[in-house]
Write a protein that binds this ligand. Structure first.
Ligand SMILES: Nc1ncnc2c1ncn2[C@@H]1O[C@H](COP(=O)(O)OP(=O)(O)O)[C@@H](O)[C@H]1O
Ligand SMILES: [Mg+2]
Length: 298
């Protein structure tokens, strides 16, 4: 029988759209199921999901619905028990491609402590590129660039233990940036951050996204997903809702509450202004855009 890769249309695997930045990675799941060996219940039950290069996906759902498991399929930490997972056209079940897949897809987890591998800041950032087997001069360049970009260059010689929680999470991001992956998977990566650190972390993600990186962001907070293109909701191992994030945010406050989400204040404001006929329904839930529309009225 032909390999699964041969059965999939080539355009799906290699080229999503010419006008999207080429640096992002495509992520593809077809009929993906997953069951942990010591758990009799299937955690993922036939997930079909196509993520284009450069897309920003918000992945939502209740605790235990399978979000973290799904992310782990994307960087071959886990393999689907049924169905398949392709990264830029590479089947994650090809053992020889695991290193390549991990160079394309990086995960940042919730707790920065879980991601620290060295005691000194610059050594921690060098870990990823060292694992890629890069030359030492290339590693130095990448470490410097990554630490500057997250604002930790001045602390490169410091002990990791001396960093604050927010700085540690930015250090985790620096480690990922130094790998220069085409996609970044964020597993509740901002949930332990204070508001200021959250904002600076989100700004770094926006910058990566605007340079073409694919983003898959797991979160419970809808105010963090305002910049995403598409929202996917997982309930009990299945996709229960997916569509444009703007359409998701346009669901009424009560309906979102029933789904377990708190509508962000900016989306509530937009909803009220649209309901009153003050701004058009096409306005994005973005404070800058709402302000512009209101200024045009004067
Ligand atoms: N290592 C594991 N072994 C067995 N069951 C697990 C393991 N990790 C997660 N699970 C179970 O899989 C389900 C989905 O977990 P997870 O993917 O972490 O969900 P989420 O990230 O949406 O909270 C849960 O019921 C959880 O208990
Ligand atoms: Mg999780």
């Amino acid at each position: 029988m032909a390999p699964v890769s041969a059965m999939l249309p080539r355009w799906r695997l290699y080229s999503w759209s010419n006008n999207l930045m080429s640096s992002g990675t495509t992520l593809y799941l077809k009929g993906a199921e997953f069951q942990y060996p010591d758990n009799e219940k299937k955690v993922l039950k036939g997930i079909d999901l196509e993520i284009r290069a450069g897309e920003w996906i918000a992945l939502l759902g209740p605790n235990g619905s399978g979000k973290s498991t799904l992310l782990k399929l994307f960087n071959a930490l886990l393999l689907p028990s049924q169905g398949c997972c392709f990264i830029d056209g590479i089947n994650t079940n090809e053992t020889k491609s695991v290193a390549l897949i991990r160079s394309k897809v990086s995960i940042v987890f919730q707790n920065p402590e879980d991601q620290i591998v060295a005691s000194v800041v610059e050594e921690d950032t060098a870990f990823g590129p060292e694992n890629l087997g890069l030359r030492s001069d290339e590693i130095k360049i990448r470490v410097k660039e990554a630490l500057i970009s997250v604002g930790l260059w001045e602390k490169r010689k410091h002990a990791v233990s001396s960093l604050s929680g927010g700085q540690k999470q930015r250090l985790a991001l620096a480690g990922v940036f130094a790998i220069r992956p085409g996609s970044l998977l964020l597993d509740e990566a901002m949930s332990m951050l204070d508001p200021a650190s959250r904002k600076s972390f989100l700004d770094l993600i926006k910058r990566e996204h605007s340079s073409g990186c694919t983003i898959v962001q797991v979160t419970h907070r809808l105010d963090e997903i305002l910049n995403s293109d598409r929202t996917v909701v997982i309930t009990d191992g299945q996709i229960s809702w997916q569509g444009k994030t703007e359409n998701f945010l346009s669901i009424s406050e009560n309906e979102l509450k029933d789904m377990g989400f708190a509508k962000p204040p900016v989306a509530v404001l937009k909803e009220e202004l649209v309901k009153s006929g003050i701004i058009p329904g096409s306005t994005r839930s973005d404070i800058g855009e709402i302000r512009k529309k209101l200024c045009l009225l004067q």
